[in-house]
Design a protein around this ligand. Sequence first.
Ligand code: ATP
Ligand code: MG
Length: 393
Amino acid sequence: MTRMLIFTGKGGVGKTSVAAAHARNSSNEGKKTLIVSTDMAHSLNDIFDLRIGKTIQKVSDNLYALEIDPSYVMEEDFADMKQALIKVIESSGIPIGNIGELSIFPGMDELFSLLKLKEIYASGEYDRIIVDCAPTGETLALLKFPELLAWYMEKFFPIGKVAMKILAPISKTVFKIQLPDSDAMTDIERLYRKLIELQEFLKDRKTTSIRIVTMPEKMVVEETKRNFMYMNLYDYHVDGIYINRILPKDMDNPFFIDWIAIQNQYIEELEAVFDGMPIYKIPWFDTDLNGLSGVDRIEQNVLKGRDVFSIQEELVSQCFEKVENGYNLLLKLPFIEKGEVILHESGTDIILKIGNFKRCIPKPNSLRNYAVTGAQLSDGILTVNFTEGGIRE
Ligand SMILES: Nc1ncnc2c1ncn2[C@@H]1O[C@H](COP(=O)(O)OP(=O)(O)OP(=O)(O)O)[C@@H](O)[C@H]1O
Ligand SMILES: [Mg+2]
């Protein structure tokens, strides 16, 4: 089975370098490896000193690279899907025929990058796929996107003819939206199924891991904690953290001695909050890592000889457990305060809002007759209580 690692982190922390080091490590082990960049900044070109084009290119033995270009992917690989999306959008009353450019809609580039990733994965061509992402904000948009879109589609375009008939007369007057005709509806169903598959693919703990790259300094550590919390919120499987640019200990210049002390403080904090997770420490090298020889320094110093591709199955961020008078949903949400979480029930979904992020957790069928009767946040774990026929507190 193909193994996939997705690297994320704040801008400039070393995501591309660390991802490339994994790609080298993997291909050195004789595994057929593809490194994919979803970042429009195209930084793989510089490292591998290649003109990595719009299609997959061989870099060295067992190593291949691709910089995904969403517009190209949309035209070349998913033209049908693009047409279907345009039809769906037009049938809801927005004429985009003469623009014909789907990229102007937020999230479309991300969607097509992910679809491409899934297609490559499904081909089974590679033993390992290493994904180098754009900085955190964009990556989060990328990862929460399929879920959000699927949710909106379900709300606005309920699947199934019965729902259609009931909703059609009301929808125009109450919701001021026009439901698509049945032809477009078939496309919507297909699209919807694709989105669900995409989510399952990205969250499949048996194959996919998210790895966070960070540095031992205040702002980066803060963002790393937030990023990790959001990954848990969306139930992505984070199973490794990389602390990059650690200063050598043997310096006697007072300027550096102070900095080493500061770094140590943040390294300790990271070790405490990511306790139980593999932590990789990467030294600050004496030059920039430009090019393969630089990337290989990370590979040699940090990765070589370690089992960097294994899955840490015990790191679970979300689960249901049976308790005396019902069920509890446990969600690991570290580093947040009580007031930051807004929780409510909407139909068959539990909706959690933290800042600008919103997660819809479908209630399992077996809990259909249960209602949320309480929630507690302690030690970074949110517990949501479900009681049969329960009345909300
Ligand atoms: N441990 C290190 N020692 C020395 N230089 C490093 C180290 N890690 C990264 N660099 C250098 O820092 C710069 C940024 O690294 P890189 O491009 O890997 O970061 P990134 O997180 O991918 O950035 P972006 O968010 O812009 O995509 C590069 O010039 C790289 O060579
Ligand atoms: Mg990068």
